[in-house]
Design a protein around this ligand. Sequence first.
Ligand SMILES: N[C@@H](CCC(=O)N[C@@H](CS)C(=O)NCC(=O)O)C(=O)O
Length: 215
Amino acid sequence: MKLHRLRYSPYARKVQMLLDLARLPYELIEVPYGNREALARLTGGYIYVPVLELEDGTALTESRKICEHLLARPEAADLVPSGLEAATWAYSDFVDGPLEDALFRIASPAIREGWPTAWERALYTLIKERRYGAGCVDQWQQDVEVLYARSRELLAPTFTTLERQPFVLGDHITFADVALYGQWAMLAAADPELLARLSPLAVRHAAQVEAAAFE
Ligand SMILES: N[C@@H](CCC(=O)N[C@@H](CS)C(=O)NCC(=O)O)C(=O)O
């Protein structure tokens, strides 16, 4: 399989962590932000990430669909424990929806600064401004404390849980942790300080997920 990603994409990092935890072999393809020609040709015009290219050449898009596909494989089945399907998917949908909506704004200014060319920084700004209005990335930079407060509010029940147990749904890692890890990876890819500033519990949880995948 080939995983096409942007390093900062929380949805791509969720899929990548799922592949790692399931020990499924894959090749990582870094998509150049300003040149998505190969991706567009592969998918027939879809230029978001993640895209997972299967062994038979099929290009899967939309991270939820990709994860459903991978979780149906025996290597990943343990990540949605029997009886915890509702809790696991509901938590993952919360992470990909309301939580991402708060956290990506914290990450955006640093992500923009990280693009190597002026063209890519301008493209990133254009894409965000077309959706969120003129000057939005600069505004998020100014409002960062408010954005942290909103994120911590959303994460308060998660942090209460993670003070008592290593993973979101108990002592064992599940897909709920994988979804959350995607958000930590986004913040850390933008600037590792951003994750540490959010909470030491986020840093610890990220390390625990990585330990489960790589040790
Ligand atoms: N619902 C999609 C969202 C995909 C998405 O928004 N990807 C972003 C990165 S997080 C992207 O490719 N952005 C490219 C851009 O900003 O031009 C999924 O879950 O896969």
